[in-house]
Design a protein around this ligand. Structure first.
Ligand code: MRU
Length: 357
């Protein structure tokens, strides 16, 4: 891939600064949990799985910042660290998942002394990163079967190596199809307001030498009507128990267009994105971001001064518009509620191509 989205080195978390891409490849070095929280909130790092990995290291940094005191006081301090990290971006469930995993390690090791505790937390954060990387490769291996040779695929936002510990979810499936020798062309939605498609997905595809064409978000329907797009694939920030998918604003429109044109709409996401405590899509908290992201473009004003704007960062695609959900444990088909449960309980974890449905 030629780049690392996140790297833990000598007590610091280095994040490839995605706000600066594609113009500049620079890093944000985080030595405190507050710096990690800021990097997540300001989107130096973004994409649900990458946010989860960053938060895990945020928890580690929070524990390293603890000077001394009773285990009860340490737990209180870590609750504060967790709250600061959790408040950054409410939609990505991987954030909650990673923080809770780290909290469980903390509770198990809190009485073992500081050194042993820090080591256990560092091991766990490293494991979360490695597991995500492995999950993405496996998702690619499983999902590439859905991509026929010679197709054009639409993707929205960035669900690539930049949004994960590496390789990517939706882009990982496309990478894997290419690695399997298939000819694949990608249409990249620019993804207003923050242009993750134009800035990040285009940058990644360029590096991977995967042919692509950048389009504005409003062009996809017309391309589908002309038969130029054969399927769409996106990532997810949270998958509810019934299979509804929260993802970057505009994903719902893509899914509706796919349905209208009888084109498959696939979602690729790791198990850590499935949230059984959220019954259905309407219950997913949708992050609202500053209206200035809509009224401006990279700092330059577009709209009249004082123009009102609305800026939900995510939308929810009802499960009935989703053809299949690709996970590292297999391809989940309808009915999603039953089959997602099956996949979580681990009944489908053997090797090989796995269809759950
Ligand atoms: O606001 P962002 O850039 O964090 O939104 C990212 C997305 O919507 C991705 O599609 C999602 O997190 C999945 S990334 C593998």
């Amino acid at each position: 891939m030629g780049f690392k989205t996140l790297e833990w080195k000598k007590g610091r978390l280095y994040l490839l600064d995605q706000r600066k891409l594609p113009l500049k490849e620079s890093f944000v070095a985080c030595a405190t949990y507050q710096e990690v929280a800021r990097a997540v909130r300001d989107m130096a790092v973004r994409g649900a799985p990458a946010i989860g990995v960053a938060a895990a290291f945020g928890m580690l940094l929070g524990a390293r910042q603890w000077k001394s005191g009773t285990p009860a006081l340490l737990e209180k301090h870590m609750n504060q660290v967790a709250r600061a990290l959790l408040s950054t971006r409410p939609t990505a469930v991987n954030l909650v998942w990673a923080v809770e995993r780290m909290r469980a390690v903390l509770i198990r090791n809190v009485i073992r002394g500081k050194q042993a505790l820090l080591q256990a937390l560092e091991d766990e954060a490293g494991k979360i990163l490695e597991e995500d990387l492995r999950a993405n490769r496996e998702m690619g291996r499983q999902g590439q079967i859905l991509i026929p040779d010679g197709v054009s695929v639409l993707t929205h936002c960035n669900a690539g190596a930049l949004a994960t510990a590496g390789y990517g979810t939706a882009l990982g499936v496309i990478r894997a199809a290419r690695e399997a020798g298939k000819r694949v062309h990608v249409y990249v939605d620019e993804t207003r307001p923050l242009l993750q498609g134009a800035r990040l997905t285009a940058w990644e595809l360029m590096k991977a030498r995967i042919p692509f064409t950048l389009i504005t978000d409003s062009m996809a329907g017309w391309l589908m009507a002309q038969g130029k797009i054969h399927l769409a694939i996106t990532g997810a920030d949270r998958i509810a128990a019934n299979g509804d998918v929260a993802n970057k604003i505009g994903t719902y429109s893509v899914a509706l267009l796919c349905r209208a044109h009888r084109i498959p709409f696939y979602v690729a996401a790791p198990i850590s994105t499935i949230d059984f405590s959220t019954e259905r899509g309407e219950k997913v908290p949708i992050e609202q971001r500053a209206p200035t992201e809509v009224t401006t473009l990279q700092g330059r004003r577009l709209a009249p001064q004082r123009a009102k704007a609305y800026n939900p960062a995510f939308d929810v695609t009802p499960h009935r518009f989703i053809s299949a959900i690709i996970t590292e444990r297999g391809i989940v088909q309808r009915p999603f509620r039953r089959n997602l449960k099956k996949i979580l309980s681990g009944t489908a974890t053997e090797n090989g191509q796995i269809w759950i449905g």
